[in-house]
Write a protein that binds this ligand. Structure first.
Ligand SMILES: C[S@@+](CC[C@H](N)C(=O)[O-])C[C@H]1O[C@@H](n2cnc3c(N)ncnc32)[C@H](O)[C@@H]1O
Length: 179
């Protein structure tokens, strides 16, 4: 699995995958946002948030982003600091494997995109599911958005929406679950 040092080296600059200017990533974000539950949300969590490409557009009175890369989180914090609504966001450099309700509280919406791959979670998808279950409120929503060919996980909740579409030469799978 990739280490903090390896990820930090990759994040020698903001937006290392070039999401901001890639039409496939802009479309991925548009699709994801269009499937989010309507109505006011209290707390949202973005797991493996990178430097906030998706996070800054997520709804929620409070939005928490976590990423293993300390440099990604530094970039995200810089971006939050120049936004009018920057107070809405909290960013933490930590592994998803260290997330818990005890540490962060629980969430009405959890988003995880581009993270459930072997290079990041090894073969620990069952453990990831337990961690997410601890964090997600009953009745809460989980949104998973990944390259289908690489995706390691599915979730034990009702799947209320799903779509497949082309993404950077792969098939992307966007799924919305309700706990
Ligand atoms: C492909 S990027 C996706 C970034 C972001 N979710 C997006 O779509 O814009 C994967 C992210 O997962 C992070 N990551 C990898 N392993 C992680 C772990 N164990 N815990 C938290 N984040 C991790 C990486 O640092 C990277 O920012």
């Amino acid at each position: 699995m990739q280490t903090v040092a390896e990820l930090d080296e990759f994040y020698h600059r903001a937006d290392p995958w070039g999401y901001e200017n890639n039409p496939d990533d802009r479309e991925r974000k548009r699709k994801l946002l269009s499937l989010l539950p309507s109505g006011e949300l209290n707390r949202t969590l973005d797991i493996g948030c990178g430097d906030g490409f998706i996070t800054f557009d997520l709804p929620g009175k409070s939005v928490v982003g976590v990423d293993l890369s300390t440099r990604a989180i530094e970039f995200a914090k810089q971006r939050a600091s120049v936004r009018e609504d920057g107070d809405r966001f909290e960013y933490y450099a930590m592994s998803l494997f260290n997330l818990s309700k005890k540490a962060l509280g629980s969430f009405n919406l959890i988003v995880i995109t581009g993270v459930l791959y072997k290079q990041y979670i090894g073969s620990s998808s069952a453990l990831v599911n337990l961690i997410i279950d601890d964090l997600l409120e009953p009745g809460g929503y989980l949104v998973s958005c990944h390259i289908n060919e690489w995706l390691m996980s599915s979730f034990p909740y009702n799947r209320v929406d799903a779509s497949l579409y082309n993404y950077r030469g792969y098939t992307h799978k966007l799924e919305v679950y309700k706990k």
